[in-house]
Design a protein around this ligand. Structure first.
Ligand SMILES: [Zn+2]
Length: 260
């Protein structure tokens, strides 16, 4: 565990997170009259592509893959990370490949210019693979944002996601969208299933985020059974599942992104 980076906790971390949340907001203008669900995977481990993606595809769904190219071909605490062929295959099958910085930077400890440059490096590498619109969607590594990085990136990405738990509704921040984790074992699964029922009862945009999908997952991952149970719950209520980019296209009548 000692070599796994974790953002600062404690009072200082809390105060900083509140400031990041309050600063440089871009309000979601949509009154959701029907629920929408997005599945997203961060970083991303191969197991999510190999075990998770087919589960979604069987139901005709695609996910958003927040890809940090610095992980390409490496092995981390999340297991084997994605390879070039995984990214290409997901993209070819209709999934959204999105940005998550190149070096998996913590925005709360990073100069906004350096942070934005690192994102550009990531998008450039993705575009070299033939990914057309890596700038539609972005997720902050560790869910850590700052007013400076939100400001630096908000003109580039249609939507930016954090990791604060919740369902997105009118007035929530497109620069730091809430999400629901696909982790935490049995308690985490109950939380995820509760969110599915909540979004059905009170429409909004439920964005799941996960990491590895395998037997014996990391602390940040889940088992194939966990993901299958969430998928079944979403399907049982007939909730529409769209990528983050497709959801943005649906709710926005404005161009979603700066040109490449
Ligand atoms: Zn990440």
């Amino acid at each position: 565990m000692s070599n796994i980076y974790q953002p600062a906790g404690g009072l200082f971390g809390k105060v900083r997170r509140l400031a990041a949340r309050a600063g440089v907001r871009r309000s979601l203008q949509t009154d959701f009259s029907a629920p929408v669900v997005s599945f997203t995977f961060d970083d991303f481990p191969r197991s999510a592509a190999l075990n998770g993606a087919p589960m979604l595809e069987r139901r005709g769904w695609n996910a958003t893959w927040y890809t940090a190219m610095g992980f390409l071909g490496t092995t981390t605490h999340l297991g084997e990370m994605m390879e070039r062929a995984d990214i290409e295959a997901l993209s070819a099958r209709g999934h959204e490949i999105a940005c998550h910085t190149y070096a998996h930077l913590d925005a709360s400890h990073c100069d906004p210019v350096v942070f934005a440059d690192d994102c550009e490096r990531n998008c450039a590498e993705l575009m070299d693979l033939g990914i057309l619109r890596p700038r539609t969607s972005f997720a902050f590594p560790y869910g850590e944002a700052s007013p400076g990085t939100k400001s630096a990136l908000q003109g580039r990405y249609g939507a930016m996601r954090g990791v604060r738990h919740g369902i997105n509704r009118k007035g929530d921040d497109l620069n730091l969208l809430k999400a629901v984790a696909l982790d935490g074992g049995k308690a985490g699964l109950e939380k995820a299933l509760r969110a599915v029922h909540e979004v059905d009862q009170a429409p909004g945009w439920l964005i799941f985020y996960g990491h590895d999908v395998r037997e014996n997952p990391s602390e940040w991952g889940c088992t194939p059974d966990f993901l299958a149970t969430v998928c079944e719950a979403v399907a049982a209520l007939d909730l529409p599942v769209l990528t983050v980019g497709d959801t943005l296209a649906m709710i926005s009548d404005k161009p979603l992104r700066a040109s490449a």
